[in-house]
Design a protein around this ligand. Structure first.
Ligand code: ZN
Length: 100
């Protein structure tokens, strides 16, 4: 099984940026044309624990500039990496389509 998100219909890879921006917005699989959407809830579940750890650790590092910035960089990379690894696009169901 390849790493990263794939289309549930044709298993074509979904571009990395789809896991980072436009979460919750429908997009078209470039291979089979199926409308897909990344779940906001899934994105929240992935990002929340990382952000929670960051918020807990951050005050302790505030006096250490370098460690603070390293932690921030690691956090951003962790959210991006985990999103890419664990987010799975879902086919858009017309009756569940979100307005806006
Ligand atoms: Zn597809």
């Amino acid at each position: 099984m390849p790493l990263g998100p794939t289309c549930p219909c044709c298993h074509a890879r979904v571009p990395f940026r789809r896991t980072q921006i436009g979460v919750g917005k429908a997009f078209i699989c470039r291979n089979c044309g199926t409308p897909l959407v990344m779940s906001r809830w899934q994105s929240f579940l992935i990002a929340f624990p990382i952000i929670a750890v960051y918020m807990i650790v951050r005050p302790a590092l505030r006096s250490m500039d370098l460690a603070f910035w390293l932690l921030s960089l690691v956090m951003v990379a962790a959210v991006a990496g985990m999103s890419w690894l664990f987010m799975k696009p879902q086919p858009v169901e017309s009756d569940k389509a979100e307005a806006g």
